[in-house]
Design a protein around this ligand. Structure first.
Ligand code: GLU
Ligand code: ZN
Length: 276
């Protein structure tokens, strides 16, 4: 033993659509990285988006993962953790690190917002105005203020190496949605800390989000994991497989009698060819 504790990884699917090949790869990468060194692999159902989340899909996901030959420990779903999101949001609000924003998507477009890494970069319209209390408000991170508080931050990607936190590609992201007590960014950061995840694995398309998560860890005094953003499987046409709803869902392949462990083996080979 070299004294480094074995990693804790997780797969965190949202039950608002069926799992496809890209999800299978994410789950396999997380599972294998944990198992390779005697670590733990967690499953967390990210069902915060109540109206779009379907309990029967969570059950389908468990069958899909078992079919792929994976074993896991399941931790509580996001819907059971709403009070921790509210408490963290309140702490950020009390420190003036988030501000209310009543803008609609149309207003943000009309304000001439530039495209960023994940859609438009919020142009800051609400940062310097009192919100209209009659309109529903989301709460956005004041990225400039956050940076001033944290100073320069770094994070470590197992594949890409050391990264300098840079929020300029994302801007003042939403941390509390108009309709929910958290956004993906706030919920996933708090949950990974609460679950003791030490190696956050997910597709390279979510790499930009890690800059926000690292910032939140610094602001909220949370432990800092390592990250492993794996290359995405691409279809022959260059489209991301995870996003391609036309390709058969894992559940359809399973129900058609395909061998899931064989599929998992094929995905491992493809993944190696992509450069781990
Ligand atoms: N629920 C998110 C998704 O399915 C999890 C992303 C992540 O691993 O951080 O995209
Ligand atoms: Zn606004």
């Amino acid at each position: 033993m070299n004294g480094v504790p074995p990693p804790v990884t997780r797969f965190a699917p949202s039950p608002n659509g069926r799992l496809h090949l890209g999800h299978a790869l994410s789950a396999i990468v997380a599972h294998d990285l944990a198992r390779a060194s005697g670590g733990r692999f967690l499953l967390r159902i990210e069902d915060i988006d109540g109206p779009r989340s379907r309990a029967e899909l969570a059950e389908e996901f468990r069958r899909d993962l078992a079919w792929l030959g994976l074993t896991w420990e399941e931790v509580p779903a996001q819907s059971t953790r709403l009070s921790s999101y509210a408490a963290a949001a309140e702490a950020l609000r009390a420190r003036g690190l988030i501000y209310p924003c009543t803008c609609t998507r149309k207003e943000i477009e009309d304000a001439g917002a530039r495209p960023g890494l994940e859609g438009l970069i919020y142009p800051g319209t609400c940062k310097h105005r009192a919100p209209d209390p009659a309109r529903p408000a989301a709460w956005r991170l004041d990225a400039a203020k956050a940076l001033a508080e944290t100073g320069p931050l770094t994070w470590e990607d197992a594949l890409a190496g050391p990264q300098q936190v840079d929020l300029s590609g994302l801007g003042d992201v939403v941390l509390v949605r108009k309709d929910l007590p958290a956004s993906y960014h706030l919920a996933v950061t708090l949950d990974d800390a609460a679950d003791g995840v030490t190696l956050v694995t997910r597709g390279a398309d979510l790499c930009a989000a890690s800059h926000v998560h690292r910032t939140l860890q610094a602001l909220l005094g949370l432990p800092v994991p390592r990250w492993h953003h794996h290359p995405l499987l691409m279809g022959a046409d260059g489209e991301k497989l995870a996003k391609r709803r036309r390709s058969p869902a894992l559940a359809e392949r399973r129900e058609a009698g395909e061998d899931g462990q064989m599929l998992a083996a094929q995905l491992r080979v493809q993944h190696l060819a992509l450069g781990t």
